[in-house]
Design a protein around this ligand. Structure first.
Ligand code: ZN
Length: 202
């Protein structure tokens, strides 16, 4: 396994971040190069560390996403914030050729960040609940139904496979540096974030 460099938006030769990724056949999924790629993606996500990674972020135009939101990542976050964001630990998911459908179209507003846009975050609207179907790393069908933060991560990662980054639609007026986020917004509740979003985007 290897840790691979994560493409950074705005750098040269990162067009793949804005291009659609390719659907994989079952034979391709089970092939040595794709199995190796999945292993490398896991190592790269853990090393970053991040809660999700899509193959285009390491320059591979394939429809593969991996997600894991470890409980240990939550230790520095207050219970109130975790509860507001509906964020719970999520075990490792490897989803290939994901198809996303919306279950609850109501939107949640929270700051969101990306390993490919690593110095900033913006308030990003996301559907509250989604269903994702696809194949796992053994090319077997899987289905995931998610709410809250897990639903947000799924929408973020599936967007990557369609060449879409959160900064393509999250309002720039709500942008904060990571330092600003930590000092001003880390403990903000949903109402405060919504009020700021609405005031910023009027
Ligand atoms: Zn991302």
């Amino acid at each position: 396994m290897a840790t691979l460099p994560i493409l950074q938006y705005g750098q040269p030769n990162t067009e793949v971040l804005h291009q659609p990724a390719k659907i994989l056949t079952k034979e391709e999924i089970l092939s040595v190069p794709i199995q190796q790629l999945i292993a490398d993606m896991k190592e790269t996500m853990y090393h970053a560390p991040g809660v999700g990674l899509a193959a285009p972020q390491i320059g591979q135009k394939y429809q593969i996403i991996i997600i894991e939101d470890k409980g240990e990542y939550h230790q520095s976050i207050s219970q109130a914030v975790l509860q507001e964001r509906d964020r719970k630990p999520v075990p490792l998911h490897i989803i290939i050729n994901p198809q996303l459908t919306v279950i609850d179209a109501d939107e949640a507003l929270f700051f969101e960040a990306c390993l490919s846009v690593c110095t900033i975050c913006r308030i990003t609207p996301r559907k509250k609940s989604v269903r994702v179907t696809g194949l796992n790393e053994q090319a077997q069908p899987i289905e995931v139904v998610a709410t809250g933060w897990f639903a947000r991560i799924l929408q973020h990662e599936v967007d990557h496979l369609h060449g879409k980054l959160y900064i393509d639609f999250a309002p720039q007026e709500t942008e904060a540096s990571m330092e600003e986020y930590k000092s001003r917004w880390l403990f903000a509740n949903a109402q405060e974030i919504k009020a700021y979003y609405e005031a910023s985007t009027q």
